[in-house]
Design a protein around this ligand. Sequence first.
Ligand SMILES: Cc1cc2nc3c(=O)[nH]c(=O)nc-3n(C[C@H](O)[C@H](O)[C@H](O)COP(=O)(O)OP(=O)(O)OC[C@H]3O[C@@H](n4cnc5c(N)ncnc54)[C@H](O)[C@@H]3O)c2cc1C
Length: 416
Amino acid sequence: MRYSGLRVIKEALTGHKGWTPAWRDPDPQSQYDYVIIGGGGHGLATAYYLAKEFGQKKIAVLEKGWIGGGNVGRNTTIIRSNYLLDGNEPFYEFSLKLWEGLEQDFNYNAMVSQRGILNLIHTDAQRDAFIRRGNAMFLNGADAELLTTRQIKERYPFLNTNDARFPIKGGLAQHRGGTVRHDAVAWGYARGADSRGVDIIQNCEVTGFRRENGKVVGVETSRGYIGAGKVGCAVAGSSSRLMSKVDMRLPMESHVLQAFVSEGLKPVMPGVVTFGAGHFYCSQSDKGGLVFGGDIDGYNTYAQRGNLPVVEDVCEGGMAIFPAFGRARLLRMWGGVMDMSMDGSPIIDRTHIDGLYFNGGWCYGGFKATPASGFCFAHLLAKDTPHPTAKAYRFDRFEKGLMIDEKGMGAQPNLH
Ligand SMILES: Cc1cc2nc3c(=O)[nH]c(=O)nc-3n(C[C@H](O)[C@H](O)[C@H](O)COP(=O)(O)OP(=O)(O)OC[C@H]3O[C@@H](n4cnc5c(N)ncnc54)[C@H](O)[C@@H]3O)c2cc1C
């Protein structure tokens, strides 16, 4: 069924009896050409592009819980392509271009809103670094604009530019950045994949891998054994747990990151603002809630919940630049488990085991990567060669010393 304005009108006039479920609920088959583990944004996008762009058939996505229950439905919804390094910027710009046409592509309203993102500048050194980043963005076909404090104040009058602990000296804006309704992304990809014949199997946890002559030939699951020509793993914060089942130790740690939503307010935040010095980022949802976050909790965990010290830390960060927000009440908060890689950049690569492919290490920036990650992982699975924009995302970069240390902060999750 195609969704459209006309369809909504027709259904409204006929008692909404014609809507069908957005995707099927099939039982697993005994054998697939491709099994994708993880029904998050990346796994669903991979299946969607495998079917749509690479003409592959007999694909299943296995999800241990429900679609959208992981980080794809827990993030702060920010999309952007304001990266510096060659290994990253072309990939994230590719992703932003896919976001721009995504709703038409998968025929689903994901509320893609290019309301702009602004990174605040607090020191002269930071301005130099941001000018360099802006130039790198231009070189890769992205948009960037350096704004003065006065220009920023016109757009964000509530920002404390007078007596803040970290005075605001300007900002780097990317007007094509913005927000996307996160769980609609999962639903849109699920629906798009399902309509192309992909089996999306929920409540199906992968508990092990079956190997024959060194090659992975299928997966053991809570719903029985499922054979596969190729297996792609896209389980985000559970990556190290899943890959330990084939004795792989990853250059990754799992950490919790929290997100917060305030009560609904009248429009105060036209775009996304990030405050690097205090690590606070904020936007306003269409319902009026301030959606914000900050640092990871800082200890290894697989629990999808955080602790109070970070709540205080994030709120302090917010108060440092938006003191007026201190009058808003916090409505809800939650945590997600992220796969923090050691250089802050992801991996989309074959493993050393035949038939087994890996996608992970997205840290707290993987939502914006969802379309390109799915596209590039599908490319790798279908063609056995990396997509040109993702060719730096190899396992062996850690062995060869070719880290993609975007912020130059060092090989430690809490530093990047
Ligand atoms: C609070 C928070 C805020 C964030 N904010 C942003 C942001 O603003 N912008 C941004 O770009 N990124 C952000 N991120 C990061 C982003 O959400 C993640 O990097 C990205 O969603 C991870 O990919 P995914 O969607 O595939 O993960 P998930 O949705 O977590 O998907 C992985 C799936 O694998 C399933 N799974 C795990 N183990 C198994 C198994 N053994 N068998 C079967 N299934 C399994 C899980 O149940 C899960 O559904 C944020 C993350 C969090 C937690």
